[in-house]
Design a protein around this ligand. Structure first.
Ligand SMILES: Nc1ncnc2c1ncn2[C@@H]1O[C@H](COP(=O)(O)OP(=O)(O)O)[C@@H](O)[C@H]1O
Ligand SMILES: [Mg+2]
Length: 257
């Protein structure tokens, strides 16, 4: 089973950008990376400039439709085969990495057993990878219910605001409240800042969150935003790549080499 990193935090702080940067660092090291876009608005798929994908939400609706329209006498393929087939359609293989886009997965009410079947299948797909990087835009309850039972390395992203830090504390409480979420280590990165404010660092530490470091504003990310190209095309020398790599080593998510 691969190691799992999930990025979460207040809206607009850079979860999607840092998910992509983190994946790029691992891909450059020759690791097999599975990205999971758990943002209902599909932020990571856009940041990686991937088009024409099927989402888990679409696969899920198709499964529900098939179950409803197939009568018991029909010579139907076993449901498990249909699910495997549809999930393979939702696994997008690109050069050097794969991507699963969750999409809208809650529109049809409660199908708890189907959700857990889908989640188990995502877990078994993830065994083929060294790392699973989740853009956890929608939060850990959603990740737990629909993507993975647990995440080894939740990374909370914040800006230099008290609101960002308060959101971080709330996220930490959610992680602690979900019984099956048993992370190895949870920490916070301040993004798009020249330095972390000591007052805010004190706040996150007293909420039981490790302080991992900061990533400055990166003109290479802004350039990519302007052009609409993939964040994975960013230069390895860019300031965000360098800072992120140092953070991943220092907090021992990446073993020092
Ligand atoms: N360190 C950075 N330097 C420059 N731009 C950044 C940086 N981090 C994020 N951005 C940009 O800020 C915007 C919001 O980031 P995004 O990753 O979409 O936030 P979130 O996923 O948390 O909502 C995006 O346009 C993104 O490319
Ligand atoms: Mg996002």
């Amino acid at each position: 089973m691969g190691k799992t990193i999930a990025f979460t935090g207040k809206g607009g702080v850079g979860k999607t950008a840092l998910s992509a940067i983190c994946g790029k660092i691992l891909i450059e090291k020759g690791e097999r990376v599975l990205f999971i876009d758990a943002d209902p608005a599909m932020g990571l798929a856009t940041a990686l400039n991937v088009k024409g994908y099927t989402t888990i939400g679409q696969a899920r609706e198709e499964i529900i439709r098939k179950v409803r329209t197939t009568s018991p006498e029909d010579d139907k393929a076993p449901l498990a085969d249909i699910i495997d087939y549809l999930l393979l359609a939702a696994l997008h293989d690109a050069e050097g990495y794969s991507l699963i886009v969750m999409g809208q997965t809650d529109t049809l009410g409660c199908f708890c057993s189907l959700n857990s079947l889908l989640r188990d299948t995502i877990s078994s797909i993830s065994e083929e990878y060294d790392w699973i990087i989740i853009d956890a835009e929608a939060g850990f309850e959603q990740v737990n219910r629909q993507v993975m039972n647990t995440v080894q390395f939740p990374i909370i992203v914040s800006d230099n605001t008290m609101r960002g830090v308060k959101t971080a504390s709330m996220i930490m409480e959610v992680i602690d409240r979900i019984p099956s979420m048993t992370p190895l280590r949870t920490g916070l990165i301040f993004n798009r800042v020249e330095k972390a404010e000591p007052q805010l660092v004190r706040n996150i530490k007293s909420a039981g969150i490790n302080y991992y470091g900061h990533v400055p504003a990166d003109s290479d990310i802004s350039r990519i935003d302007l052009d609409g190209t993939s964040i994975l095309d960013i230069s390895c020398n860019s300031v965000s790549m360098q800072n992120m790599e140092r953070i991943l080593s220092e907090c021992e998510i990446l073993q020092k080499t």
